[in-house]
Design a protein around this ligand. Sequence first.
Ligand code: KG4
Length: 328
Amino acid sequence: MKDIVVLGIESSCDETSVAVVKNGREVLSNIIDTQIKIHEQFGGVVPEIASRNHIEAISRVTKQALEGAKIQFEDIDVIAPTYGPGLVGALLVGVSYGRGLAYALNKPLVGVNHLEGHIAANYITHPDLKPPFICMLTSGGNTQIVYVKDYCEMEVLGRTRDDAIGEAFDKVARVVGLGYPGGPKVDKLAEQGEPTIDFPKTHFENLDFSFSGIKTAVINLHHKNPEVKKEDLCMSFEKAVTEVLIENITKAIEQTGIKKIVLAGGVSANTYIRREFMKLEDKGIKVYQPDLKLCTDNGAMIGAAGYYRYLNGDLSSSTLNAVPNLKI
Ligand code: KG4
């Protein structure tokens, strides 16, 4: 079969990223232009500022991606921008740019669901990985268990009823004074702490999650007892949320009979979560984790997901629009 070269375009939040991906698995280039430094001073992402910076960056990042892959525009077979979920103004930059390129180059346009992109990051890291599997998707905007039956056939088995787990990490970090983005800072501090506090956890009959209770308990304890070591607070928080993730993933394994677990999304970069999930291998479950640099937003994962959508015949029209609350 002829090689298929996909240009993956990601602009759903605060990373402008463009990648060239061959046959869904081989990354020829993956340029990530992050705006973290710009948003840091505001303690979180400011949507309008994010859009403006995507506009400023997108052509430059695309040029760098082509140079990195040593190809020309004409060598691209498919243009695949993220079209949701995410910040509407930010998404629109990538979608409009992708639409323009597809029109100018007369190439197929394939809109990609950002969440499918996170899952597809694993196809790059693990060349042997094939569906079916169960995905524990943990990111800044989402926490859900996805039954990936085939590359383009998925069913959500459970999702958060309130905060996404990444939001809880970021909020805890802000309250204890670690700054933005909080997840990696909580991760680092927790590694020096002990799980001395037993935070309350919310359980449901089904596979849904709730993280707002744990988050509030951490914040209240910090306010009432500021002498509790931040390291122990972070470790105890991580232990509580991880126990909930593992409890639900265990139920998903029982429910489906699938013993293959795949982590995805920004929070899957977390040291403690990765370590605890690997322990499931002692119970005969195969655990896959994305390469650390592919956990957070990047164009390569979008290119990989775009490849499988293209093979599935899911071409987008030239009027593709951003869908901020797009679901799997
Ligand atoms: O997947 P992502 O880049 O963006 C979305 O698509 O939502 O995830 C960003 C989230 C943020 O909440 C960030 O704090 C969290 O992932 N994160 C982490 C770690 N690295 C990033 N959370 C915990 N531990 C980490 N090492």
